[in-house]
Design a protein around this ligand. Structure first.
Ligand SMILES: [Mg+2]
Length: 233
């Protein structure tokens, strides 16, 4: 087994691996309107970055007095996926600098690589596919309908990594990488390490203040980041 096989790296998607320039949010709003008619659906005043899709759904439904049961949630996910697949093209999707190279280098080193994202599973894979990543490079993860908060997703992702690869992962050797304080929090709350990246709405300094073990402007310094992820423990 590779000396790095006990290391697990979990990537956030939006603001970390890629940006969709508002296309995802617009597709979500169209899905609400398609299902429930024009009711002035809006995310104004709602902090989207770092939020879970399942939570955004529940909040919006409550705000408009609509039922948010499992059937309604499943239907919403289907229609949102349909809207997103139509709107999301390579021209509105920007892959962040260095990400493809970093994922390739981690895999090459033998580390386990997965996702920890607020996106639903199918829209997560839709986004990374359009951005030029192979879905097979992220064979497991925790997603936006897997728990009531981002903190709940961390053990889900670790359990799925263990189930997929047939080996346990010590939280001390798990690194979560993301662009918001939520990503840092969901790592530190479980004894994992956190890398903050300044390609979303927060500066690296802010992510360092909330506990990131390493904060970088972007992910293009492959060697430095790789060394941090694989060097410790
Ligand atoms: Mg993000």
């Amino acid at each position: 087994m590779s000396p790095h096989a006990r290391n697990l790296v979990l990537f956030d998607i939006d603001g970390t691996l890629l940006r969709t320039e508002g296309v995802g949010v617009a597709a979500m709003l169209r899905a609400f309107t398609r299902l429930h008619g024009e009711r002035g659906f809006s995310f104004e005043g709602v902090e989207i970055a770092g939020a879970l899709d399942g939570l955004l759904f529940a909040r919006m439904m409550a705000q408009h007095g609509l039922p948010a049961d499992d059937a309604a949630h499943a239907e919403f996910q289907r229609v949102y996926g349909d809207e997103l697949s139509r709107a999301l093209t390579p021209s509105v999707t920007r892959r962040m600098a260095g990400t493809l190279e970093l994922v390739a280098a981690l895999r090459e080193a033998g580390a386990a690589v997965g996702l920890l994202t607020g996106n639903y599973e199918h829209t997560a894979h839709l986004k990374i596919g359009v951005a030029g990543f192979e879905s097979a490079h992220f064979p497991f993860g925790a997603f936006g309908a897997d728990g009531p908060s981002r903190r709940h997703l961390t053990p889900v992702a670790i359990d799925r990594a263990s189930a997929h690869l047939g080996r346990p992962f010590d939280p001390a050797r798990v690194t979560i990488i993301g662009d918001t304080p939520h990503d840092i929090d969901c790592a530190k709350a479980h004894g994992c390490r956190a890398i903050g990246v300044g390609t979303g709405p927060y500066a690296p300094e802010r992510l360092r203040q909330v506990g990131a073990d390493l904060a970088v402007a972007d992910l293009s310094e492959t060697a430095q980041i790789l060394d941090f992820m694989l060097g410790a423990a």
